[in-house]
Design a protein around this ligand. Structure first.
Ligand code: TXA
Ligand code: MG
Length: 317
């Protein structure tokens, strides 16, 4: 079945589909991923094709537990182990020097590999079953077309990719809405000190606390993080930040800010966590309604609020 509920049987069948070289979209706590066997070149090529993503953009390899780090990575630093222990399963991706298993087709020709253990029961069950079947890891970018908003529901994956997936053999596992709603924090663990490449729910303070090290936040230019391209996470509607909406414009803001007259309230989250969780579905809803402009009042504060502003800046580009 193309859009599948998540019984043990359907999760196990989906793991088998991945072994057989097909694609499986699955829920994680951040956003839905579009998964393939990370050791199968043909299968990974299907991800790039479905997304319309340039081949030199690396994919994150999802693993069932930190026990699999050694399969994929070399020169693993002590602080990286601390991060994995403290935050996996969870919304953080760690970048390591790659092992021989991590081929150019999954790392976008880089000498590093990104690894993550997601904190979502269906994702973990899928990864465990894939491992039971002899699999090493599931390569999975967000399950959207290149440059578009990441999907946080199975229906959003279907809307986004229905014309680009094989409706007989590829599967979308429906695990309900994602709990975090923005993509994982990405940490480069290849240098003496951890460096944040993408902001997310695991904050700079949490990383400093876990590692006892100074955390660098400036992204370098030689590592390709497609989410750090200027225009990304973009709906069809124009996104305008911190401006007053005109009549008929969409409006997103924390719930203490009232809706200006004539604007169409898309979401009114009562917390920063709620803001992150509901933002992408609100952007999609605006497109579904055919709105041409969305005015967003950005959340204040550090941590997750900074991750939200980072995505909004790119969505507005
Ligand atoms: O929360 C997430 O991370 C979601 C879920 C599905 O796990 N995945 C996700 O994947 O956001 P994607 O491909 O949409 O974004 C992953 C980012 C990309 O910008 C990619 O360039 C970067 O991670 N990345 C992956 N491997 C890397 C590497 N070896 N070095 C630097 N950046 C890397
Ligand atoms: Mg993405």
């Amino acid at each position: 079945m193309f859009l599948s509920e998540c019984s043990t049987n359907s999760i196990n069948a989906a793991a088998k589909n991945i072994v057989d070289g097909y694609l499986v979209a699955f829920p994680t706590e951040t956003v839905y991923g579009l998964g393939a066997d990370a050791t199968n070149e043909g299968a990974v090529a299907k991800i790039y094709e479905a997304k319309g993503r340039p081949a030199d953009h690396p994919l994150i390899v999802h693993i069932a537990s930190m026990d699999a780090i050694g399969d994929w990575a070399e020169d693993i630093s002590e602080y990286a182990i601390n991060l994995a222990r403290d935050f996996w399963p969870g919304p953080i991706t760690l970048i390591f020097k790659r092992s021989k298993l991590a081929k150019d087709f999954v790392t976008g020709n880089q000498n590093t590999v990104g690894l993550r253990v997601p904190n979502q029961p269906i994702a973990l069950a899928l990864l465990k079953e894939f491992e039971n079947l002899g699999g090493k890891g599931i390569a999975a970018p967000s399950a959207n077309r290149f440059g578009a908003v990441s999907p946080t529901t199975a229906q959003a994956v279907k809307d986004e990719l229905v014309n680009y997936l094989d409706q007989v053999n590829d599967v979308i596992l429906d695990g309900g809405p994602c709990q975090v709603g923005v993509e994982s924090t990405i940490i480069d663990c290849t240098a003496e000190t951890p460096q944040i490449l993408r902001l997310g729910a695991i904050t700079k303070e949490m990383i400093a606390q876990s590692t006892g090290l100074l955390v660098i936040e400036e992204p370098t230019t030689d590592i390709r993080v497609s989410g750090s391209l200027e225009s990304h996470y973009s709906p069809k509607a124009k996104v305008a930040l911190d401006v007053n909406p005109e009549i008929g414009d969409g409006f997103i803001a924390i719930d203490s800010i009232p809706t200006p007259a004539g604007a169409i309230r898309l979401v009114a989250p009562s917390s920063i966590e709620g803001y992150a969780r509901d933002l992408y579905s609100a952007l999609r809803f605006a497109d579904a309604q055919g709105l041409t402009k969305i005015c967003v009042i950005q959340p204040e504060g550090d941590g997750l609020a900074a991750a939200i502003r980072d995505r909004l800046k790119r969505a507005a580009n």
